[in-house]
Design a protein around this ligand. Structure first.
Ligand code: SF4
Length: 282
């Protein structure tokens, strides 16, 4: 999307052990895992010549809204020279105009719509339920569910075991929720989910509750809950997800993701889960 605005983009290099180690070395121990990894991303981008950093500011209720300030502080303490730009849906147009003053607001909006359409096409072709065969749903923290470098490519691995993966966490839903354009979607499940909590939770806590209710009602065969270490909303909803899945008799596998993960252990667990679900369905 940024490239379509004529900007020179230094995308983060693929996440490696080095990226993760860099982030961990300079983050508070109990900070959530996505913060550490994105800090490592920034360091590697600066090393590649980036001098303007963009971090999404959710303006929500969780730590994500503070990431950019903390990243900025830590990177400056490390002696890096750069400019940090928090990006939110509120300042999106203004920021793009600031980066490329030659663009009119109309052009920016047109290009944003094109990017939105591309995003929807990619998501719609990647996530759907099948009638014949086994469907496994994924819920959890957005970065962990969407970044293969962090979730050890769980989507691809599960598909190798001959199951269909329905990832309920979609970037477009996140954008729609932030712009309040999805208030009517899954309304009945949202109402039920709200009864389990005493108000807003932040992150994707509430979204995951209603998505699990949605999956269970759609007859999903099994659910995987993916969460990063020390994620507040995801750990808060753990007992609620357990109860919903037990009530619907849907098997649930919870996978914590952090820097100590062993890929072999991870693979064994998802393979066992997939096989168990397949046998159960038969
Ligand atoms: S949702 Fe979880 S991982 Fe994301 S900022 Fe909040 S605590 Fe951290």
């Amino acid at each position: 999307m940024l490239k379509s605005f004529g900007l020179i983009v230094v995308a983060p290099p693929p996440i490696t052990e080095r990226t993760i180690k860099l982030g961990i070395r300079h983050s508070a121990d109990m900070m959530c895992y996505p913060f550490k990894v994105t800090l490592g991303n920034f360091i590697e981008e600066i090393e590649q010549g980036a001098n303007c950093l963009i971090m999404y500011d959710s303006r929500g209720k969780c730590r994500l809204r503070h990431y950019w300030m903390l990243h900025d502080l830590i990177l400056r303490n490390l002696g890096y020279d750069f400019k940090m730009y928090p990006l939110s849906l509120k300042n999106l147009l203004k920021l793009i105009k600031q980066f490329n003053p030659d663009l009119s607001y109309l052009t920016i909006i047109r290009k944003l719509r094109q990017s939105w359409k591309k995003l929807k096409d990619v998501e719609d072709s990647a996530s759907y339920m099948i009638k014949e065969g086994v469907n496994i749903g994924i819920v959890g923290e957005i970065y962990t569910c969407l970044e293969p470098g962090i979730n050890l490519n769980i989507d691809k691995k599960l598909r190798k075991f001959d199951v269909n993966v329905y990832n309920t966490v979609r970037l477009s839903d996140f954008i729609k929720a932030s712009t309040r354009t999805s208030l009517l979607e899954k309304r009945i499940f949202k109402r039920t989910a709200a009864r389990y909590l005493n108000g807003p939770l932040g992150g994707h806590g509430v979204e995951n509750l209603y998505n699990v209710l949605f999956l269970c009602n759609k007859g999903i065969d099994g659910i995987i809950h993916l969460l990063p270490l020390s994620c507040m909303p995801e750990t808060t909803i753990e007992p609620i997800l357990d109860k919903i899945c037990a009530d619907f008799n849907v098997p649930l596998l919870r996978l914590m993701v952090d820097e100590t993960n062993s890929e072999v252990n991870f693979d064994t667990r998802i393979e066992t889960f997939a096989e168990m679900i397949k046998r159960r369905k038969k």
